[in-house]
Design a protein around this ligand. Structure first.
Ligand SMILES: C[S@@+](CC[C@H](N)C(=O)[O-])C[C@H]1O[C@@H](n2cnc3c(N)ncnc32)[C@H](O)[C@@H]1O
Length: 285
């Protein structure tokens, strides 16, 4: 078998695992900086549950920030975290152990686009959580049907989506022309927002609520992880928009992402976080 290397000498497999590590890091920073949002969401969810969930399924768990938040919110529950990525699940187990929740969170490596047999064996579930996940699957309608069938009557499914990449920078960064981050966003925000209400209803769910969360955190509220979080997110956004910026904007963006520069994203003290998330809470009747 031939192994393909890129121009830096990395194999596709090395690149994929590097991407997964970077993604896990970004998701963990996201939950650290956006902890108030996650606490508000799980608190709201708790108010909508009729009885304390015992079995929870975290679909596309990634490194497990949702699994941990759910284990915290529902102390009597056992969480099954499902993901296609063994690396994400490895990280999840490390995090569960570090937070003293290893006995309450178990992992299952599975592709939800194929068989749900192993997922079903651990069910039926009282609560399911699908955060920033449903748009990843091959056939969301089929996944929702599987979720419905594996949820006990009365149980809840929570679906969340990130509406757009967070904004962090002031309009004038002191590097390049003002409005740089806004231009990058305009160039990359070309997809319509995810909208799951009709599909949830077609599957048989009752949509109890659809709620936008407007997240506005200043530097102090976002805390010390905000520089790392912004650096990770903006580098990813940059990679999505390689050809979208003109030469001056590209050079300014690279300068902002260069941690060696004094007013780089990694070092500046004027970052804030502006983003929105949407959550649906649906009940199996
Ligand atoms: C954007 S991440 C979200 C992770 C986590 N829910 C969170 O909010 O931090 C999407 C996750 O879905 C997983 N995933 C994508 N397609 C999948 C599939 N078909 N079956 C299982 N997991 C999948 C990815 O490996 C990744 O960890």
């Amino acid at each position: 078998m031939t192994t393909h290397h890129d121009t830096h000498g990395h194999t596709g497999q090395e690149r994929a695992s590097r991407d997964e590590v970077a993604m896990a890091r970004m998701l963990e920073l996201d939950s650290e900086v956006l902890a108030p949002y996650l606490a508000e969401l799980t608190g709201w969810l708790s108010a909508l549950t009729h009885s304390a969930p015992v079995r929870i399924l975290d679909l596309g768990s990634g490194p497990g920030t949702g699994s941990l938040a759910l284990a915290r919110q529902f102390p009597a529950a056992a969480v099954t975290a499902v993901d296609i990525s063994a690396r994400m699940l490895h990280r999840l187990r490390e995090q569960a152990a570090a937070h003293g929740a290893a006995d309450r969170i178990s992992t299952l490596a599975a592709n939800v686009d194929t068989s749900w047999d192993e997922i079903s064996e651990r069910g039926p579930y009282d609560l399911m959580w699908a955060a920033a996940f449903l748009h990843h699957v091959a056939d969301p309608g089929r996944t929702l049907t599987q979720a419905f069938e594996n949820l006990r009557p009365g149980g809840l499914l929570v679906v969340t989506e990130m509406d757009f990449f967070p904004l962090f920078l002031p309009d004038d960064t002191g590097t390049g022309r003002p409005g740089l981050e806004a231009r990058l966003h305009t160039a990359t925000n070309t997809q319509p927002l995810h909208e799951w209400t009709a599909q949830l209803q077609r599957t048989g769910f009752i949509v109890e609520a659809k709620r936008p969360f407007e997240i506005r955190l200043d530097g102090a509220q976002a805390g010390p992880a905000v520089n790392d979080y912004a650096q990770t997110c903006l580098a990813k956004l940059r990679s999505h928009a390689a050809d979208a910026l003109d030469g001056d904007d590209s050079a300014a963006w690279d300068a902002l992402l260069d941690p060696a520069r004094p007013n780089s994203v990694a070092r500046r003290d004027d970052l804030s976080v502006r983003t929105t998330r949407t959550a649906w809470i649906a009940r199996r009747p």
